[in-house]
Design a binder for this molecule. Sequence first.
Ligand code: ADP
Ligand code: MG
Length: 405
Amino acid sequence: MQKTIRDLNLKNKTVLIRADFNVPFKGDVISDDNRIVSALPTIKYALEKGAKVVLFSHLGKVKHKGTPEEVEADKKKNNMVIVYKRLGEILGKDKVKFSDVPSGDTVNELVKTLKPGEVLLLQNTRYEKGEEKNDPALAAKWASFADVFVMDAFGSAHRAHASTYGVPEILKNEGKDVAIGFLVENEVNALSRVVHVDKKDRPYVAVIGGFKVSDKIKVIETLLEKCDKVLIGGAMAYTFQVALGKEVGISPFEPDQVDFAKKCLDLAGNKILLPIDGVATDAFKDWTKKVTVDGPNIPAGFEGMDIGPKTQALFTKELSKAKMVFWNGPMGVFEQSDFEAGTRAVCEAISKLHGAFTVIGGGDSAAAVAQFGYKDAFSHISTGGGASLEMIENDGHLPGIDVIG
Ligand code: ADP
Ligand code: MG
């Protein structure tokens, strides 16, 4: 087990905390500040212990391959100043300072003037070209002013970037303290249970849906080893339907992944449950015709939008037996109320389980659960989608957590 922030002496130290402030926003309005709120226990603890706290995180995407104008536009769009404002509201304006650049002399000067009990938030780490490449020179700049590093960005822990990997690696080599924060500790505790499966947690049922098939399909192979049943819905299902020779109309499926889906089906025996009916429309937006089809064989010119009522019943029955559930990815296009029933039904089934251990991960999945009012039905809502899947795939390992040692 990694060292946690509790194990360290933080008094008068400059504590560099990698947080995950990659919040959803429009313009300068944050639509869900859950990620900021989730980072507070670690930040507040460090402040109470008399640390000078420096926070850094990425926000959105900055594509450094673009023209200088495009890079500037990405930077302008993903300016960390929105998080600075929110942090000021929460922690007190006088306590929180902001550097509008992520590294260099300006940062070094601001760090020097920082007092114990104060916070300095740095600009978006992805303003730096070297961040995603784990550039050692960039990592060295950040490491140069830190006495202690705390990893509290679970949602970024599957990425070996300069801020998540390079910095703790350097500090560790220098003999400085590196540790995980409370958020990461919570995530590791909850997710370890769905990775290293105990007998008492069986039957263990996984539910996989959503849209990012090539990102997510690999985890199904691992889940087949760990789980008793794997229920597949959402857009993920179409690639499997194609593998079975079914008609999917104009539903999105990934041709490159059909062979992998076949391999999973061969491995699965009767472990995989696919939809047996579906709701389809003649278009994704502004549709005029909506049909419920068995099979589901989706007619030409139609697109699958949700699992159907028979599948809801099938999945509900399977979930009612579960002692442990891991869920990633909505069952349908829940953002449109006509296609929320499948996702809602899975929420409902999980909410009826008593004494089961239930975990959900994924930004849209978590949003769906919140939207339908089922947040309290889960034992754990992970702040990491990709990170939680990779942790399962890699048997509990993530680079940004392993590096802490
Ligand atoms: P998460 O963010 O939880 O990891 P994804 O990003 O993979 O989930 O997928 C979420 C998106 O998948 C949602 O926006 C939802 O509209 C879409 N989706 C789910 N089912 C379907 C479907 N049958 N057809 C098209 N899109 C779907
Ligand atoms: Mg998503």
